[in-house]
Every structure is written in C-alpha cells, then in structure tokens.
Write a protein that binds this ligand. Structure first.
Ligand SMILES: Cc1cc2nc3c(=O)[nH]c(=O)nc-3n(C[C@H](O)[C@H](O)[C@H](O)COP(=O)(O)O)c2cc1C
Length: 180
C-alpha cells in the first residue's frame, strides 16, 4: 500500500482516532492473531521486547478492568481487551516502547475494519495494583494501559479528521533551532 499509494497510507495515519464504543460482534481469532503478530514484531529499545500481552475476553473481567482506570470505562464494551504488561526494567525507554506497540496495534486494527482505544491506569489511585491483582501479574512489572479492540458501534461516527482538533504545525515545528 505504501509503495503504490503513499498518501492512502498517510491519510490512514492522519485519520486514526481512538474508538470508545464497540458493537457486540466478536473479533475473529485469525484477525486477533494477526494483531498480536504485529505487536510481536514492533521495534523496541535495544530489541528488549519488554512486553507481555494479556488478552481478556471474559466480560466480568473486562468490567473490572474498565473500573480500574478513571477514564477506562469504555473498555467494558470492547469484546477484546489487550492489557499491556511491561517488564519494569527501564522506566525511560519502556513507556516509549509501549506507545509504539499501542499505536501499531491501533493501526493494525484499523486496517482490519476494527477500532481500538487506550485506557489508562495510574499507580497513585490503585488502578494499576487492581489490574495486576485481577490478572495475576507479578510485582515489579508495570501496567499503564490496556487497549480495547472491537468493531466500532455503528451508531458511533468514530470521529475522524480534525474534529478532535490539533495544534497547527506552526505551533509545534521549528526549523534549525527551537522556536525558529
Ligand atoms: C497515554 C495515553 C493514555 C490515554 N488514556 C485514555 C483513557 O484512559 N481513556 C480514554 O478514553 N482515552 C485515552 N487516551 C486517548 C486520548 O484521549 C486520545 O488519543 C486523544 O484525546 C486524541 O483523540 P483522538 O484519538 O480521537 O484523536 C489515551 C491516549 C494516550 C496516548
């Protein structure tokens, strides 16, 4: 796709949005597996691959996970929740690696007609601890986020384009020197 029509690909990148409303339609196993392969092949700092992915489909568990984040309630309606468990070995590079793999999962989901969205858990309000308890994740590992994946609810327009708003390039890009 990138070689024959690069703007089709960059357009997909520009329009990717967070999905928060999902239909009940199940995610086929082969599609889920393809997403997990994309995650597996994501690059990471020094190729440490500091991640483990817990795929949660059980509805009660999804509900409990959704309740652990202040803005993660939407995860309950996602038929698949992928919890990103990070190794906890490098606090500087691992959040970067987590962002990379999250975005790739979102793009892969989009390519298959699925939507995906990040839900966040923080240590200070006990959200991270709660999710670790629920899923039996050892101390020392880190859970910051989970990705809800599913077919978007047909009544959800899945906002695209500029409706969410973005800063103009003139505000976020400098040439040669900061502010230049
Ligand atoms: C680190 C991070 C944490 C996020 N946490 C949440 C969250 O807990 N709940 C949520 O609804 N969206 C969450 N989001 C999604 C952002 O709110 C969303 O990407 C942003 O508002 C842009 O909206 P858009 O994706 O519709 O363009 C998170 C995104 C990132 C990158």
């Amino acid at each position: 796709m990138t070689a024959s029509d690069p703007t089709a690909f960059t357009s997909q990148l520009r329009n990717l949005r967070q999905t928060r409303r999902f239909s009940d339609r199940a995610v086929p196993d082969d599609v889920l597996n393809e997403l997990l392969e994309v995650a597996r092949w994501s690059g990471s700092s020094k190729n440490t691959q500091p991640w483990h992915f817990i795929v949660v489909t059980n509805s009660e568990l999804r509900k409990q996970i959704a309740e652990a984040g202040p803005f993660a309630g939407f995860l309950e309606s996602a038929p698949v929740v992928i919890v990103l468990v990070m190794a906890g070995s490098n606090p500087r590079s691992e959040p970067y690696d987590e962002g990379r793999v999250s975005e790739r999962l979102m793009l892969a989901a989009d390519a298959h007609g699925l939507g995906a969205g990040t839900g966040w858990f923080a240590p200070d309000d006990g959200g991270e601890r709660r999710v670790k308890e629920l899923l039996g994740v050892p101390d020392g590992m880190v859970i910051r986020s989970a990705l809800g994946v599913g077919y978007p609810d047909a009544t959800d327009p899945r906002p695209r384009g500029v409706s969410g708003g973005r800063k103009p390039l003139s505000e976020i890009v400098s040439r040669e020197r900061y502010g230049g």
